[in-house]
Design a protein around this ligand. Structure first.
Ligand code: GLC
Length: 741
């Protein structure tokens, strides 16, 4: 509602005018959507089968400068879209040809992987997720969209909202972590951010891709429908509800049926249950890969299977164009399916305004580098800070900066970076030299890169450590070890990094470890040697200044893990929202007793050689201050189904620094017709408290949020007792309980 003027209400005539303006805006929006269907009908009526199949085809074969062949193909409507190809000038030229020199003048749609930034690179999504800050993430998406749209990009293949609980999988870097509620909330924020700035978003990879067996990319996924609907689909439904314009079907076979040929996913759920009216693009050649999957004899059959399942646009492989016109003419493919697919594609092109290019929407200005610095700082997770060694005093003498990742712009940006500029990256080394002055920063890479097994650089590193008052040791993974097709069976620090830690620790100075990686790693040797550990993911263009701010207290760590950290790869999958089982292990029950052959204790679900709990749990992150949670109270002891209950608790800053905390709300249904997880995230809020300040937080919890799929796959909320926590992470917190009647 418009704010009323001071001292009273708007004069009547002005109220009428405002109402007329609002009505006109509404009509225009409606008209636009209503207007698009007749326009599409008219175009469809004129299109040949080849032109329809052309609209359904996306190519990556545009090169600079445009070849005569590509220009000719565009003129005859061979392609509806290009991805990751050409320059801004090429795109402008191609668009001119498409709209001025082709028979129907249908504009091209230019797509690109703008996953975590275009020119300004933000932290990888797994790092952004650790900020638990949807508003800031939306700002980052807006900034990325503006930069991309300015270069003639219309569409990004993001957000990637695959739930994954397997750090062996390289694409965990692109994900928003293990939890459906957090991923749904943050993924929707990205969709809004991209699309507010006119960049179509793409919910991918629909669906279940992150459950790849063995953490091996592109591998088989087996996901029972209850798990699919309760864990893997909610982020996609949230994206749909946020108005995402496109979906991308995944590479993976889901329960034996490739996602790209999966009618259950693409028609029954996406269109039937969720009413999605945008279009679905396949993943890169995932249509013809159905031949390799063994569900299509040849490319023609793959094209037919994808079309029937509900894929509208084929990425890179050419089976739609090569075979669908002939299949229609042979009476083997229903021409209505082509019309349906082309209609969806044209609908999105119209919604994006491609037919009548206009000035980009006038939205609030954004400072990309400022947003990047803030988001990088909020994504870093403080995992350890013994004796409050951090923040380092600004008056400290010399510090030694050691490790190749302290000064590696490309690695710092992380995976899926196409347009980021290494020369614009500010590395931690540069930022620390800038903050302290170059004389106070001793630099020794120690290794050439994260995989380097040579100790040749160790003496210089040890010497730097001995000459300093404190050591900031940068460890982790290079960019090329992270992302698509980058699965790892071992999660330890690559190369001779562990040995470097020993060498540096031997100097006897306090060691602060900063880990840059695209996944949870196992680094217990570092954690035992270092006084403090900051997990910085791949923090992007402004990772250096953000880390310098955190190391010296200009910013206070507030990140919380969006994924559980295993103690060893053998523990995977380990995640917080697990079932209780019939034989849960007692706390710290694992471990093989030494000495006389004593029977390991208990027949319970444990390992003999490692504790079953994660090294660091989901939602965990420390601060430079301390927070106290107390006094959980409920608005009622019980509520009827359909009602809501308010959960309140007090959070106090009991330390000496002002800081932010992400307060989390978890529930558990201890007895139900289907076993329910020991905890499930149902809300969170980031708050800022001054030293000594105490605040009451209130969460409203509807009984609908307690629903699950019962034995008949009906979504139900069952009456009974529910436990609830207001917590700093998925393990601790103040508890209470209530009943649903
Ligand atoms: C890749 C990825 C997908 C990406 C597409 C275009 O193989 O699976 O996430 O958007 O191809 O680059």
């Amino acid at each position: 509602m418009l704010a009323q003027p001071r001292g009273g209400s708007w004069p009547r005539r002005l109220r009428r005018r405002i109402a007329l303006i609002l009505l006109a805006c509404f009509m225009n929006l409606q008209a636009q959507s209503v207007d698009s269907e007749p326009r599409i009908d008219a175009l469809l009526a004129r299109m040949t089968l080849e032109e329809k199949a052309g609209q359904m085809s996306q190519s990556t074969s545009m090169r600079s400068p445009l070849s005569e062949e590509i220009k000719e193909q565009i003129r005859r409507g061979r392609w509806g879209s290009f991805l990751n190809a050409g320059s801004a000038a090429d795109r402008a030229e191609a668009q001119r040809i498409a709209t001025r020199e082709s028979r129907l003048g249908i504009p091209l749609l230019f797509g690109r992987d703008v996953i975590h930034g275009y020119r300004t690179i933000f932290p990888i999504p797994l790092g952004q997720a650790a900020s638990w800050n949807p508003e800031l993430i939306r700002q980052a998406a807006r900034a990325a969209a503006r930069e991309a749209a300015a270069d003639g990009i219309h569409w990004t293949f993001a957000p990637m909202i695959d739930i994954t609980r397997d750090p062996r999988w390289g694409r965990i870097a692109e994900s928003l972590g293990e939890d459906p509620y957090l991923t749904a909330t943050l993924g929707a924020a990205m969709v809004r951010g991209f699309q507010e700035e006119g960049l179509a978003a793409c919910a991918k990879h629909y669906a279940g891709y992150g459950a790849a067996e063995g953490g091996r990319d592109y591998n088989t996924t087996w996901i029972p429908e209850r798990l699919l609907r309760e864990v893997y689909l909610p982020p996609f439904q949230a994206a749909r509800e946020a108005g995402v314009l496109t979906f991308m079907s995944g590479f993976n076979a889901l329960n034996g049926i490739p996602a790209t040929g999966n009618e259950f996913l693409l028609r029954r759920v996406l269109r039937g249950e969720w009413g999605f009216d945008g279009f679905v693009v396949s993943d890169y050649e995932s249509v013809t890969e159905m031949v390799r999957h063994g569900v299509a004899r040849d490319a023609a059959e793959a094209a037919l299977r994808a079309l029937r399942a509900g894929v509208d646009m084929e990425m890179v492989s050419t089976s739609f164009y090569d075979h669908l016109p002939a299949l229609v003419r042979a009476g083997k493919a229903d021409p209505k399916l082509l019309d349906e697919a082309v209609r969806r594609i044209l609908r999105i092109k119209l919604r994006l305004g491609l037919f009548e290019p206009e000035a980009p929407p006038a939205t609030a200005s954004i400072q990309p580098l400022e947003v990047a610095r803030r988001l990088s700082a909020q994504s870093v997770v403080l995992l350890k800070n013994r004796d409050g060694v951090l923040p380092l005093p600004k008056g400290i003498g010399k510090i030694a900066v050691i490790g190749p990742l302290a000064d590696s712009p490309v690695d710092q940006m992380g995976t899926w970076v196409m347009d980021g500029r290494a020369e614009e990256v500010i590395t931690p080394l540069a930022a620390l030299r800038n903050l302290l002055g170059p004389d106070r920063v001793l630099w020794a890479p120690g290794l050439k890169n994260s995989r380097d097994g040579s100790r040749a650089g160790f003496p210089a590193a040890a010497s730097a450590a001995r000459s300093a008052e404190a050591v900031v040791l940068f460890l982790g993974e290079e960019q090329i070890l992270s992302g698509e097709a980058r699965s790892r069976a071992f999660l330890g620090l690559p190369g001779a990094q562990d040995a470097l830690v020993e060498e540096v620790a031997a100097a006897g100075r306090p060691v602060i470890a900063v880990i840059l990686a695209g996944r949870p790693l196992t680094f217990s040797s570092v954690a035992s040697r270092a006084r403090a550990v900051l997990y910085a993911w791949h923090p992007g263009t402004m990772g250096g200044p953000a880390l310098a701010d955190l190391l010296f207290g200009n910013a206070v760590p507030s990140g919380k893990l969006a994924v559980s950290f295993p103690r060893t790869a053998g523990q995977v999958p380990v995640y917080y929202s697990h079932l209780h089982t019939g034989r849960p292990p007692a706390p710290d029950e694992s471990g093989i007793p030494t000495g006389t052959p004593v029977e390991p204790k208990g027949f319970t679900s444990k390992y003999l050689d490692v504790d079953v709990t994660p090294e660091y749990p989901f939602g965990f992150g420390l601060s430079y201050t301390t927070f106290e949670y107390s006094n959980l109270r409920l608005s009622a002891a019980g509520v009827p189904r359909g009602a809501a209950i308010t959960v309140s608790a007090d959070i106090a800053n009991t330390g000496r620094l002002e800081a932010e905390e992400v307060v989390q709300l978890y529930v558990r249904d201890p007895v139900a017709s289907v076993a329910r997880p020991v905890r499930e995230l149902k809300g969170f809020e980031r708050i800022r408290l001054k030293p000594g300040e105490k605040r009451t937080l209130r969460f409203s919890l509807s009984t609908g949020q307690l629903a699950f799929y019962d034995e008949r796959m009906q979504r139900v909320t069952e009456p009974g007792l529910f436990q609830v926590w207001v917590a700093p992470d998925s393990v601790r917190g103040v508890a209470g309980s209530f009943t649903v009647r």
